[in-house]
Design a protein. Structure first.
Length: 189
């Protein structure tokens, strides 16, 4: 903490200035801390197509603080999981597309003329489709019987997010006090 010499007659003016500036420093520190928190959450976010990762936002709230939000439609499910539930045809199609993107499916023909090489043509496509359908069915069945486990991405990051906010508020206050002690103006950019 910096030592700021103050003439006793200037003390009331200095205290009023400090009381007026402190909320601004706190708000500024919370916004910067939230930006750091957003970067942390972006790094921790699981990625399929990137929608959730690209949906993190920082905004000021009405009480002078900062809020980190994610408006991806599936963010809540990723964070908190889901109880067992049915899966619509559209949901099954989305799961099948996810399986296609994330699993490399190779279908081998029976030994014989091809000697165990990768099957070709319509037969291979048909076998790949069957394998895609099988994996999709297993995922859908698991969602129906067990639901989806939560990641607690935000919940588990809260201690770090709080540290970011506290560190940034303290940094701005220290910066302001250092400018005051050094004779420079007390404004923070």
């Amino acid at each position: 903490m910096a030592i700021i010499p103050i003439n006793p007659k200037d003390l009331p003016k200095e205290l009023r200035a400090r009381l007026k500036l402190t909320p601004k420093l706190v708000r500024g520190g919370l916004i910067v801390g939230a930006q750091r928190g957003k970067a942390l959450l972006v790094r921790k976010t699981p990625v399929d197509l990137g929608q959730m990762k690209n949906s993190w936002r920082v905004r000021k709230d009405t009480k002078g603080g900062a809020v980190i939000t994610n408006d991806a439609p599936h963010a809540g499910i990723i964070e908190k999981g889901a109880r067992p539930h049915g899966v619509s045809k559209e949901g099954q199609a989305a799961i099948r597309a996810w399986v296609r993107r994330h699993f490399r499916i190779q279908v081998w023909s029976k030994p014989g003329r091809s000697g165990g090489s990768i099957a070709t043509g319509t037969r291979m496509r048909s076998q790949k489709d069957k394998e895609l359908d099988r994996i999709t069915y297993l995922i859908v069945r698991k969602l129906q019987t067990e639901g989806q486990k939560p990641t607690y991405l935000v919940h588990d990051s809260m201690p770090q997010l709080e540290r970011f906010a506290k560190a940034e508020v303290q940094r701005l206050i220290k910066k302001w006090e250092g400018r005051r002690a050094g004779g420079g103006g007390g404004t923070i950019p």
